[in-house]
Design a binder for this molecule. Sequence first.
Ligand code: FMN
Length: 400
Amino acid sequence: MRQLLISNICSPMLGTGTGGGVPMRPRTLAERQAALDALRRELAARGLAGWEDGLYHYRPSSHMAERRARGGVLDDFTAAPLCVVLSSIFWREAWKYRARAYRYVNHDLGHAMMAVQYAAGAMGWPSLVRGIFPDAAWHSRLHLAADEQVMLLIELWPPAGPRAPQPPEWTPGEPNRLSAEVVEYPLIEQIHQATLASEASPAFSQARVERWPHGDYARLARQRRSALDFLPEGRVLPQPAFPAMLELLAAPLPTDWGERYVAPWIFVHRVEGVEPGLYRAEGTGLALVRRGDQRGAAAALSLGQELAGNSCFTVSFVADVGRACARFGPRGYRFVHHEAGALGQRLYLAAEAFGFRGTGIGAFYDDHVHQWLGLETAGPWQVVYHFAVGDPVPDPRLAG
Ligand SMILES: Cc1cc2nc3c(=O)[nH]c(=O)nc-3n(C[C@H](O)[C@H](O)[C@H](O)COP(=O)(O)O)c2cc1C
């Protein structure tokens, strides 16, 4: 449980200082614990050695599980001995990103789900991520506050013993009120409401052990950080790092929406054995789209952030939003962002494993990306996330 939770809070968080409204890039584990994260985690445990059956809220600031209820809170909702519920409080991210925060929240969830699945996989536990569930029923069963939304369920199968069914017994208490003022974000509300209306059935229901393939997962998860920038004349990304990353981008994800909807388009700047250019990943291979130096284009398209041009490569994750929404209704919009976030998490870890570093990039000019890639502006394929991998500049915050 300790490993599971530590590696989860080591997934990137777009935090706010505890003072409220103070932007920060949490640096140390202690800072991450203190940050006011939009993402929240509840655990429902049953039949686990050393854990009384019940529902727990994970409190990062003290690295504690607070028991909210005893007994089988989710007995009729899931058969898994351990269920991690990822929920979100949108305004905690919206103060910074406005309506676009809905996308960041869904990326963050993708990063976090991947972190939990690899942590579980390192212990040999099978897992399955569920994005399709009756939202209102889960919300009321978990007794969540009105501004907290259930977003993803991660079912885990650690070794567990038999147990007698036991009705839930709730610990009394009220959630803390962090702010006297409520700022409305109507667009986020509308988008979220639309995603609730899903009649779709799951495409996949098989839990799987998701093992991290490149080195000690627990160490990499703790070590992972975002690069502030990359050295423009830095190291070339060597073989076999790049093919290993392509393989991770192509590998399936154990989620109940099943299929993959996101295609990586890659601006290659400095990769051993690959000519600079824009490529579309096809499985573990590459199809050349534009020949030549893409550094200026990648940076300009990423809201002028130079790190996207200084990297060894930068990915534009482009999703078939049309197909995802045809299959799952508007809820598909969430899934493509989760998927891109999960692939970003794989790149973060792979970059660390090969001695480089990654940075997620949520800020980019959507329409210009579509134009540069030769996609229709309002077509079924939409850019959902950018991610850069390169040779990082020294980070003074991490010194000492
Ligand atoms: C969804 C997402 C979008 C991000 N967008 C940007 C970005 O546009 N520019 C940037 O410099 N960093 C970006 N980051 C990196 C975050 O600033 C960083 O993850 C956060 O501050 C926490 O730091 P850490 O990753 O070192 O733990 C993004 C991260 C995520 C997960």
